[in-house]
Design a protein around this ligand. Structure first.
Ligand SMILES: Cc1cc2nc3c(=O)[nH]c(=O)nc-3n(C[C@H](O)[C@H](O)[C@H](O)COP(=O)(O)OP(=O)(O)OC[C@H]3O[C@@H](n4cnc5c(N)ncnc54)[C@H](O)[C@@H]3O)c2cc1C
Length: 404
């Protein structure tokens, strides 16, 4: 691995550095906002116009192939992300699109790709992921939402839950069970769903932070054209895994606060009248977390090197997801602890930059669950990275409708 920019990469970095300050303000000059200050409708408008601006300049979804509007370069994607991280950009409503896009590229017809990918790239359509259900999260292959064929349409009935951004989404990816008489992984079919279809009801879930990031989604006699099926009838599991692998890699992105923000915080704080940075217990934790951040960056580079050789994100994306979400929580919690009573001040006028520790404190537990929990990531690492024996799966060969 070579961590230095090639001349071509340095030229690209230079262009991005010239372009960004024309449209966004450096992060250090802006005050991070508390969750309660977000007006999702306003943020969505800003996000859409920022995404369109990036698309016009050739900086949207840079890792996508050129034929779909990207630059076909994962290295340029990471360079852009590194540079953009220094600026206060609008909320990212496109995180779903960034990993749903590759699934459409892999499985859809040219007609379907041309219908969806350009609008996704420009932020004209928002996507959500209708996978989890009240009794199927970690065990995604256990979904019960039924899809029954009726002519050239499917009729879908069931309930999804924890669907991020469903209340803003125009389209969704949907995993259903079309055949309950075969083992659970074999009876699944995957669709693209227009969220304005009659029978789709979205009910926001209020979170501890006051925001409603995710939703319940009820599907009653929802009609989906067969032309919006991705993959074969019964091939939904493979399509879902493609989406999940891309999602896990995207969860390995840089999250703030990171070790740099923690360092800034401990440089400002005092403990028992002494600068916090001089306390050996604080220094020890700071160094551990810094080392962890660097390890994550190296795994990101390793995965990107594989991606730039045309290989999809593999099970190592699970290592990235597991370690990154835990580090995010440890840094946020430590930041809150060190601030003592000041950590719980929520008045935006008083809290200053340290609001990012509060935001992280509230959001990080969710990140350890979304896209696959810590335990599921550990199972994948054990079985697919370390080659340890598989968990006992008694339901693997049993018809879904015969499971207790
Ligand atoms: C912030 C957030 C956003 C989300 N966004 C979406 C979204 O947009 N779309 C969507 O479809 N879903 C979304 N989810 C749902 C998420 O994918 C599920 O919550 C997750 O997969 C876990 O499923 P569950 O909640 O049903 O927990 P369960 O699967 O019931 O797990 C409960 C506990 O049992 C453990 N467990 C389960 N199976 C095993 C096993 N085999 N070995 C060891 N331990 C096990 C789990 O680790 C967990 O601790 C989101 C969740 C969060 C928190």
């Amino acid at each position: 691995m070579d961590f230095n920019d090639t001349p071509q990469e340095a030229a690209f970095r230079g262009k991005v550095r010239d372009w960004l300050p024309k449209y966004v303000t450096p992060r250090r000059k802006t005050r991070p906002r508390a969750r309660s200050e977000f007006d999702a409708t306003e943020e969505l408008k800003k996000s859409k116009s920022w995404q369109a601006r990036k698309a016009d300049a050739g900086y949207a979804f840079i890792q996508w192939p050129q034929e779909y509007g990207g630059r076909g370069s994962t290295i340029e994607a990471i360079i852009y992300a590194q540079e953009e991280a220094a600026f206060a950009t609008p909320e990212d409503f496109f995180v779903n699109s960034s990993f749903i896009g590759p699934t459409i590229m892999n499985y859809a017809s040219e007609e379907v790709k041309n219908r969806f990918l350009p609008k996704m790239l420009r932020g004209e359509e928002i996507w959500c992921q209708l996978f989890s259900e009240p009794s199927a999260g970690s065990d995604l292959a256990g979904v019960r939402t039924r899809a029954e064929k009726n002519g050239d349409q499917w009729v879908v009935n069931g309930q999804k839950v924890w669907t991020s951004f469903a209340q803003h989404a125009d389209w969704a990816v949907l995993v259903t069970r079309h055949d309950p008489t075969v083992p659970k992984h074999k009876g699944l079919t995957y669709f693209l769903l227009d969220m304005t279809t009659p029978g789709v009801e979205v009910v926001p879930i209020k979170q501890i932070s006051g925001a409603s990031h995710f939703n319940e989604v009820f599907l009653t006699n929802v009609r989906v054209p067969d032309s919006f099926r991705l993959g074969e009838v019964g091939g939904g599991w493979g399509v879902a895994i493609t989406t999940l692998m891309n999602e896990r890699f995207s969860t390995g992105r840089d999250l703030r606060p990171d070790a740099e923000e923690l360092l800034k915080l401990v440089q400002q704080l005092k403990i028992d009248g002494q600068p916090a940075i001089q306390k050996s217990a604080v220094r020890q934790q700071l160094v551990d977390l810094y080392v962890c951040s660097q390890g994550i960056r190296n795994i990101q580079f390793r995965t990107l090197t594989a991606l730039s050789k045309g290989q999809p994100p593999g099970p190592e994306a699970s290592i990235l997801k597991l370690v990154n979400a835990n580090k995010y929580q440890q840094i946020s919690n430590l930041g809150m602890d060190l601030q003592e009573m000041a950590g719980i001040i929520t008045d935006p006028a008083e809290v200053g930059d340290n609001v990012m520790f509060q935001n992280g404190y509230l959001q990080s537990p969710g990140l350890r669950i979304a896209g696959g929990t810590d335990e599921i990531m550990r199972n994948i690492i054990a079985e697919r990275v370390l080659g340890l024996p598989q968990d006992v799966r008694v339901d693997k060969a049993v018809a879904f409708n015969e499971l207790p």
